[in-house]
Design a binder for this molecule. Structure first.
Ligand SMILES: [Zn+2]
Length: 298
C-alpha cells in the first residue's frame, strides 16, 4: 500500500518536474534555446554543424522528436523549406504547428538581402531574403529574447528565469559583438575584404564591417561552372583579395584551387555551434570571428 502511495505521488509530481521539450532545426538555435532555458528545458537539434541546412535527409527520429516537442524553433526565411514541412505534418503535434509553440527566429532579426523579384527556377534558394543570420551575435541576442517569450508562454512558472537568462546573454553577446568589431576595425581596408563561397556571410560581414568582393556560387545553391570560377579568379587578382570563406559542408576543390592560384587561403567555418559537444553559441561566434581574423591579419 505504501509502495502504491509513493507511485501515485510520483505520477502526480511527474508533470511539474517535466522539462519543456524544445526541438530546434539548427545547432545555433538549439544552443540559444539551451542558454535561455537552462535546467527547465531539454533541447534537441535536428541539423549538425557539418550538414547543409538547405538540404537535410529526413530521419524517422526527427518525426518522433517533433511529435513530442513543446516548442519548435526554426530559422525561417525558407532555409528549411525543402525538408521541414512534411515532417511537421507527419508529427501530428498541434503544439508546434502555430504560435506560441512554433518559433520562427527570422521574425526577430533585422533581415538583409531581400529582393523584389525572385525566381526559384534560376536556383535561388534565398527567395525571402538572406537566411544565414545566426552567424551574427546581435541576431543571436534578438532570437534569445524571442525564445524567452515563447518559453514563458508554454511554461509560465519559469517565465522570470527565462527572461533573466535571455537578458544576461544579450549583455554578453553585445560586449562580444562590439569588442570583436573594434578588433577587425584595426585591420587595413585591404585586409577587410573576402570572397564568399555561398551567400551566407551577409550578416557576419555586416557585424564585422567587412566587404565581399565576389561569391563563388553564381546564385545561392548553384555550383560554379568554369566560366564563373574564372570570373572569381579575375576578381581576386584585380582586387588582391586572397581569403575565401566557406562552410565546412561545401565542396573544397574549387576554393582550394583558387586560393592556391593567388597564394591565399580558405577559411572553413562550421555551420553552427557544436551543440552536441556542449559548445555554447557565444563560444561558437567568438571562434568563427577568430578564424576569420587569423586569415585576414596574415
Ligand atoms: Zn543559403
Amino acid at each position: 500500500m505504501r509502495l502504491l502511495a509513493s507511485l501515485l505521488a510520483l505520477l502526480v509530481a511527474g508533470p511539474a518536474l517535466a522539462r519543456v521539450k524544445v526541438v530546434a532545426t539548427l545547432p545555433d538555435l538549439a544552443a540559444l534555446a539551451a542558454a535561455v532555458g537552462g535546467d527547465a528545458v531539454e533541447v534537441t537539434a535536428l541539423v549538425a554543424p557539418t550538414q547543409d541546412p538547405h538540404y537535410v535527409d529526413p530521419r524517422p527520429s526527427y518525426v518522433l522528436a517533433l511529435s513530442q516537442a513543446d516548442l519548435l524553433v526554426v530559422n525561417g526565411l525558407e532555409l528549411e523549406a525543402a525538408w521541414l514541412g512534411p515532417l511537421r505534418l507527419q508529427a501530428r503535434n498541434p503544439r508546434v504547428l502555430a504560435e506560441p509553440g512554433y518559433v520562427d527566429a527570422s521574425t526577430a532579426v533585422h533581415r538583409l538581402g531581400a529582393t523584389a523579384t525572385v525566381d526559384r527556377s534560376q536556383g535561388d534558394i534565398h527567395p525571402g531574403g538572406n537566411p544565414h543570420f545566426t552567424h551574427d551575435p546581435r541576431a543571436g541576442a534578438a532570437i534569445a529574447a524571442l525564445i524567452a517569450q515563447r518559453l514563458a508562454a508554454v511554461d509560465p512558472p519559469h517565465a522570470a528565469e527565462y527572461a533573466q537568462r535571455a537578458e544576461a546573454l544579450r549583455g554578453r553577446l553585445d560586449t562580444l559583438a562590439k569588442a570583436t568589431r573594434a578588433r577587425f576595425a584595426a585591420l587595413s581596408a585591404d585586409q577587410r575584404r573576402v570572397v564568399a563561397y555561398h551567400e551566407s556571410l551577409a550578416y557576419l560581414l555586416d557585424w564585422l564591417d567587412l566587404t565581399r568582393v565576389a561569391t563563388v556560387e553564381p546564385k545561392p545553391g548553384i555550383p560554379p561552372d568554369p566560366a564563373q570560377t574564372s570570373r572569381v579568379l579575375q576578381a581576386m587578382k584585380s582586387t588582391g583579395v586572397r581569403v575565401i570563406v566557406q562552410e565546412v559542408y561545401y565542396p573544397a576543390r574549387i576554393p582550394d584551387t583558387l586560393a592556391r592560384l593567388v597564394g591565399g587561403s580558405v577559411v572553413r567555418l562550421p555551420g553552427g555551434a557544436a551543440f552536441a559537444d556542449g559548445e555554447t553559441y557565444e563560444a561558437h561566434v567568438a571562434a568563427i570571428a577568430e578564424a576569420l581574423y587569423a586569415a585576414l591579419a596574415r
